[in-house]
Design a protein around this ligand. Structure first.
Ligand code: NDP
Length: 467
């Protein structure tokens, strides 16, 4: 009997995706270019059936036609190398799926190359980490719709299910799936940093203990802030270090890593004139965290504010922080979804924004209760320019902006860096300012470079002899 699907790359994600497929009744062939990972996976089988292969050709020949191959290897050169090793053994109509975090432009190049050979290629965003891969991730497939149809029964089955619907929907042509995953990760960076800043306020300004903050996050997770990231942050805060007995977060070095998807999100936004300041600030926050030695040296050279710190009413301020965090999240998601909309218009992708919000509700790292409302906003108005002006959010953030203002002002006065909270506020205030200060910029540009300016009253390009 032939295998119904093959998985290549049996690391953290690929091994669990293969198990997930087997758990869902698929006959799965597995292959890894080094033998150990294959043997390790087979050794830990718990009743499932996976069939290991140690030669690419045997692996490919074991598959039903059209062959369906899910590749889950390190993004970059590894995926090109895997594709090259597969091509000699494939036939027209076969399908390769790349489930790794590939850059969407690389996916488009690979799509074009394989299309010429008649081989279907899908760039598939997968979110959910190690556990999601096993129990149901959020899946964002991009490529030809008819190619997607060949694998849709398997992908929708292994995806997370929310309210009876799979967290997997056809995203759009070519690199659209990997693009959506990329921006998802950008939003994730911002969401994480906003949570870190809310934590800082509670710890440093309100002098709460780590345990008290864990309680607050747990309470917040019962309301409109309910999300995977809030939930795991509460759990993280409760974890004790086995060596010292201290909260584990107090012994974790404050240097954040990153693997590139957040950076790509910002680069694409900058290249296309899309204001994603909160997402980009969250990336820069990781960069500045990484220069730990410099920060430690600067601490003894640079001074902070001198004014006396007012003591704050805890309960009142905990609620301001909740509002600030929610408002920051709304602004960050507004930026990410604006990036989807603008890029969709630019590339002609017709991204299904309301469905994207829905498939983010399960499996993925940014899963959150308020994605339902985001989906409804796009359901009501598919061409909504910005989430902030949807009737629901415009009404809700009327009050919440005050919490954000108070927290940002208090933080600034105390000398605490709040890159994402303050950027959220600037974004909100810039976006609602009908007449900005860009007239000054245009005048300066015309003064030193004769770049001309437009007028508010008459159409055309004008130049003034300023001296
Ligand atoms: P791992 O490092 O655990 O696994 C990487 C896999 O790629 C291994 O099977 C490795 O084999 C294989 N590989 C590396 N180089 C080559 C090569 N030149 N040729 C063939 N195979 C190669 O990574 P993950 O499983 O975490 O990640 C896999 C992909 O999934 C990545 O693109 C990642 O960005 C993406 N992803 C990861 C998530 C996560 O939470 N970890 C979430 C969503 C996506 P070997 O070990 O034998 O070298």
């Amino acid at each position: 009997m032939k295998n119904s699907i093959g998985v290549i790359g049996l690391g953290v994600m690929g091994g669990n995706i293969a198990l997930n497929m087997a758990n869902n009744g698929e006959q799965v062939a597995v292959y890894n270019y080094t033998r150990d990972l294959t043997d390790n996976l087979i050794a830990k089988l718990d009743g499932q059936t996976l069939t290991p292969y140690y030669e690419v050709e045997d692996f490919v020949q074991s598959l039903e036609i059209p062959r369906k191959i899910f590749v889950m290897v390190t993004a970059g050169a590894a995926i090109d190398s895997v594709i090259s090793s597969l091509i000699p053994h494939l036939e027209e109509g076969d399908v390769i799926m790349d489930g790794g975090n590939s850059f969407y432009e690389d996916t488009e190049r690979r799509y074009d190359e394989l299309k010429e050979k008649g081989i279907g290629y899908l760039g598939i965003g997968v979110s959910g980490g190690e556990v999601g891969a096993l129990t149901g991730p959020s899946i964002m497939p991009g490529g030809d719709k008819e190619v997607y149809e060949k694998v849709a029964p398997i992908l929708t089955k292994i995806a997370a299910q929310v309210d009876g619907d799979p967290c997997c929907v056809y995203i759009g042509p070519r690199g659209a799936g990997h693009f959506v995953k990329m921006v998802h990760n950008g939003i994730e960076y911002a969401d994480m940093q906003l949570i870190a800043e809310a934590y800082t306020f509670l710890r440093e300004k309100l002098n709460l203990s780590v345990e008290e903050i864990a309680d607050i996050f747990e309470t917040w997770n019962q309301g409109e802030l309910q999300s995977y990231l809030i939930e795991i942050t509460a759990e993280i805060l409760r974890k004790k270090d086995e060596e010292t007995g201290l909260p584990l977060i107090d012994v974790i070095l404050d240097k954040a890593g990153q693997k590139g998807t957040g950076k790509w999100t910002s680069i694409q936004a900058i290249d296309n004139g899309i204001p994603t300041s909160i997402i980009t600030e969250s990336l820069f926050a990781r960069y500045i965290s990484a220069i730990k030695d410099e920060r430690v040296a600067a601490q003894s050279i640079l001074s902070g504010p001198e004014h006396e710190q007012a003591s704050l009413d805890k309960n009142v301020w905990i609620d301001y922080v909740r509002q600030a965090l929610y408002m920051g999240k709304v602004c960050a998601y507004a930026q990410g979804f604006t990036q989807y909309k603008t890029s969709s218009d630019l590339y002609g992708w017709d991204l299904p924004l309301k469905d994207i919000a829905l498939i983010f509700r399960g499996g993925c790292i940014i899963r959150a209760k308020f994605l339902n409302v985001i989906s409804e906003a796009y359901q009501e108005q598919a061409d909504l320019a910005n989430l902030l002006i949807s009737p629901y959010f415009a009404e809700q953030i009327k009050d919440y902006q005050n919490g954000l203002r108070k927290v940002v002002c208090e933080g600034i006065q105390s000398g605490i860096a709040f890159p994402c909270l303050s950027s959220s506020l600037s974004y909100y205030d810039s976006y609602r300012t009908g007449r900005s200060n860009a007239n000054i910029l245009q005048a300066q540009r015309d003064y030193f470079g004769a770049h001309t300016y437009e007028r508010t009253d008459v159409k055309g390009a004008f130049h003034t002899n300023w001296q």
